[in-house]
Design a protein around this ligand. Structure first.
Ligand code: AMP
Ligand code: MG
Length: 473
């Protein structure tokens, strides 16, 4: 599909709005993140959003309008409290959930009887929405699962060729998505923290719940919150501990594998070794962290790093939204710099056994990280059957590149695990290498599956899994 790029001027916005009226998709800037819009009253148009993003269809879309006065055309039971909130936060980064009217198709609400309504503050967005003259359903304009787009270049990278138009605006000012507030609950409940903080909402509402504080049985969750989200290709870890220990841990990891560190300005000059340092602003300014977060996560992809270390994030005000996004990007991988173990798996070519071991280890152990290398690694990807056998265990090693073992890797790892006695004997004794079997106290070796069929690889991966799960760290 050809994607037209529109400039931020009224003639262009009118043409973009016509595309929406014709049932096409257009990406537009907002102060939170860029949105991938379509006419919210047109089921077929809305389906195109899900296709372009690869978004699961049980995840509802937020409906964007230019004026809160129009909300009652699409939503029922708009309470006086909601109107008070609207006076203060509309336009702005607040989405309110109401009972929906019939005109909102199921594709938008994902089968729920509610609808989320937001009035963006961004001037370009408002002009565009006014020109559209219809409500515009829009999720963030990223490929599902990836970090949300906060600049035109992010959008272009994800959506060029997949949508009818992109409006080229400024970078998103807020940088994290809207707060999703359920106004149908007895006590208004935050389903997703965002640009408007709980504290700000409390000033108007008195009591405001957060969905994670509700009891299991009565969670009216935003369906979207259950999906893996905001994730760069590398694994994000939230690294706890004293700053000095954190820097030391990251430095050591940077000697073993490719690493980026997301650091507050107060820490950017610490010695992180070879890690790429990405500043998230001062630890005192949540606005800067929110503004930069998604750009930083995308930069990690450009750098091609395998591990990304981020700091702990406070729990109040706008920090809550930053924390929510970052911890989701990390898929809840929180490790402690003072106690986490760094494991290195070693095999011959680093294309079969050790990459599988590394991948299996990294999804099996919570407070540890691992890498792999080969005694005679000739470069290249993991073998096809290794990729397949690992995938069957829920482990993705497609992007692995085989690497030659170096003394530096050995020096900077805590535990070195070989597949066979012969590998172990090739590693200088000072590094105390052991076979995996020896480490868990059983006999045997992990035999080379190289050249074997998928069954051989499955067996090998299964043996590795069994041993790795027995590892007591
Ligand atoms: P995104 O469009 O990517 O910003 O995500 C929108 C978020 O709002 C997702 O987490 C959705 O699950 C949530 N959401 C949208 N509409 C509703 C609704 N009617 N009820 C509950 N959550 C909603
Ligand atoms: Mg999104």
């Amino acid at each position: 599909m050809e994607t037209r790029i529109f400039e931020n001027k009224i003639e262009d916005l009118k043409v973009a709005a016509e595309l929406i009226q014709k049932g096409e998709t257009v990406v537009f800037p907002t102060e939170t993140v860029y949105g991938l819009g379509a006419n919210a009253l047109d089921s077929l148009a809305v389906k195109k959003i899900f296709e372009a993003k690869g978004r699961p269809s049980d995840n509802p879309l937020i409906v964007h309008i230019a004026d809160f006065e129009d909300a009652e055309k699409f939503a029922k039971e708009i309470s006086p409290k909601a109107k008070l909130l609207a006076e203060k936060f509309c336009p702005g980064p607040l989405t309110m959930i109401f009972k929906k009217k019939e005109c909102i198709p199921n594709e938008v609400s994902a089968g729920l009887d509610t609808v989320g309504i937001r009035i963006p503050k961004d001037e370009t967005a408002r002009t565009f929405l006014k020109e559209c003259g219809v409500p515009v359903a829009a999720p963030s304009a990223n490929i599902s699962g990836k970090p949300s787009p906060t600049s035109f270049s992010h959008v272009f990278c994800d959506m060029n060729g997949k949508v009818s138009g992109i409006i080229k605006g400024e970078d998103s000012e807020v940088g994290v998505e809207s707060t999703v507030l359920d106004m149908t609950a007895d006590i208004p409940t935050i389903l997703r923290p965002g640009g408007v903080s709980r504290e700000e909402l409390k000033e108007i509402l008195g009591e405001v719940l957060i969905s994670s504080e509700l009891k299991k049985d009565d969670i009216p969750k935003a369906p979207g919150m259950k999906y893996k989200h905001y994730s760069p290709k590398g694994q994000v870890y939230i690294l706890k501990g004293e700053n000095e220990k954190r820097a030391e841990f990251i430095k050591r990891r940077s000697c073993v594998t490719s690493v980026a560190v997301v650091a507050f300005d107060e820490m950017v000059n610490a010695d992180f070794g070879d890690a790429k340092v990405l500043s998230i602003g001062s630890e005192k300014v949540a606005e800067d962290a929110a503004h930069r977060l998604f750009d930083i996560l995308r930069e990690c992809d450009d750098l091609g790093v395998k591990e990304i270390y981020a700091p702990e994030i406070p729990d109040d005000g706008l920090w809550r939204a930053v924390k929510n996004r970052l911890y989701k990007a990390a898929a809840a991988r929180i490790i402690n710099a003072e106690t986490a173990k760094s494991v290195l798996f070693v095999c011959t070519g680093n294309t079969c056994r050790s990459p599988m071991a590394e991948g299996i280890f990294n999804i099996s152990h919570k407070n540890a990280v691992s890498a792999s290398a080969g005694l005679f690694a000739g470069g290249g990807k993991a073998s096809e059957n290794a990729i397949r056998a690992a995938a069957e265990l829920g482990v993705d090693i497609k992007s692995h590149n085989s690497r030659q073992l170096t003394p530096r890797m050995l020096e900077n790892s805590d535990i070195i695990l070989a597949m066979t006695e012969s590998h172990k004997m090739s590693i200088p004794a000072e590094y105390n290498a052991r076979t995996i079997s020896e480490f868990v106290g059983v006999d045997g070796e992990i035999i080379d599956p190289y050249g074997g069929d998928i069954e051989v690889y499955r067996k090998c991966a299964g043996e590795l899994k069994e041993l790795i799960e027995k590892m007591d760290l």
